[in-house]
Design a protein around this ligand. Structure first.
Ligand code: ZN
Length: 116
């Protein structure tokens, strides 16, 4: 399970172009997710909404990152695991299920990432 949280300060910082020194490499991974979804994110004007959507997209991209791992591919093939993407909302105390569709997503990208 990959779990993010709404209102994430790290994700909000990644949206800005501030030099964060030692944190730059870590923020770079989040900026990679922004680059992949730039069109959708640039259309969101509110910084809070943009941050929360990037939190969700970051979780979903990390679910995809799991599919790239050989042992995960093997376990998926053998139906031993499932991948879940969630976001915790600290305001309400609720966990939001992003409903990552492992079968659908893995089916679309396995031709690129298959290493079994
Ligand atoms: Zn955070």
């Amino acid at each position: 399970m990959i779990c993010g949280h709404y209102g994430c300060g790290g994700v909000r910082t990644a949206i800005s172009t501030t030099d964060m020194g030692i944190l730059n490499p870590w923020l770079g991974y989040i900026r990679d997710v922004y680059r992949l979804h730039k069109k959708e994110l640039n259309a969101i004007k509110s910084i809070d909404e943009k941050t929360d959507r990037l939190v969700e997209l970051n979780v979903l991209e990390h679910c995809i990152n799991l599919v790239k791992i050989k042992d995960v591919q093997k376990a998926l093939l053998e139906k031993r695991i499932r991948i879940h993407g969630w976001v915790f909302d600290m305001q309400t105390g609720k966990l939001v299920n992003l409903k990552f569709n492992t079968k659908k997503v893995a089916g679309k990208i396995i031709d690129i990432y298959n290493i079994l």
